[in-house]
Design a protein around this ligand. Structure first.
Ligand code: MN
Length: 227
């Protein structure tokens, strides 16, 4: 191994239900994967090719606290299914895609919507709106042995007990095997890669002190306080 000339950063990791930790290599996030959310964001819900952006692996955080980020006054919640890969490759056929999944979890794609909106308007990348510090609150990863491959079930998020987002995994425009297969045509997927599978409609702003409670039926719940 090389002699690092500065202290090596820690390997980002997510806790696993039942023990241990899942090391995170890359974070792929799909945009507009529920028709009703595409519509609320002002887009056509037709099935266009999927598109992805990325967060940074160390944006994921299982502390249960979400620090309100700087330079935004419109930070939105997006509840999403997290797909964690135990292996990968290129050009993965659809019928083999699920064999690469280690497990699933509940996560939030927190978004500085005002900065994302400016970036969209100017044709700039989305990182400033999407890939900021601790922008990906996550719950534990549940191994497939425990949770199977959930493809239906209620997805919901409430803020301070009031329902904001609600949908069903079966409304995802691009299903988990399709996202894995598609991504593997453009990137070499590897163990440790995760996919955030898109959000149903009802996204909205939070403020400090809010408590977000996300639930995906059959996968789990995630409670996060905005601090
Ligand atoms: Mn999202």
């Amino acid at each position: 191994m090389a002699d690092f000339v500065i202290p090596a950063p820690p390997v980002p990791a997510i806790p696993v239900s039942g023990g241990g930790a899942f090391p995170v290599r890359r974070v792929y996030c799909i945009g507009r994967n529920y028709a009703a959310h595409a519509v609320e964001m002002g887009h056509d819900p037709d099935r266009e090719p999927p598109f992805f952006f990325q967060k940074n692996p160390n944006n994921l955080d299982a502390s249960g606290n979400f620090p309100y980020p700087p330079h935004s006054s419109d930070v939105h919640h997006e509840v999403e299914l997290l797909v964690a890969l135990k292996s990968g490759g290129t050009n993965i056929p659809l019928d083999q895609a699920l064999s690469h999944v280690f497990g699933y979890g509940v996560c939030l794609d927190m978004t500085r919507r005002d900065l994302q909106g400016e970036a969209k308007k100017m044709g700039r990348p989305w990182e400033i709106g999407k890939a900021f510090e601790l922008s990906g609150p996550v719950g534990p990863v549940l191994p497939v042995a425990e949770v199977g491959h959930p493809d239906q079930g209620r997805v919901a998020l409430s803020v301070n007990g009031a329902l904001r987002q609600e949908g069903d995994l079966n409304q995802m425009i691009w299903k988990v095997p399709e996202m894995i297969s598609y991504l593997s045509e453009y990137f070499e997927l590897q163990a440790g890669d995760v996919i955030m599978a898109g959000t149903p409609s009802g996204v909205g702003a939070v403020v400090r002190g809010d408590v977000m409670e996300a639930v995906i039926e059959g996968v789990g719940t995630l409670k996060v306080k905005v601090v």
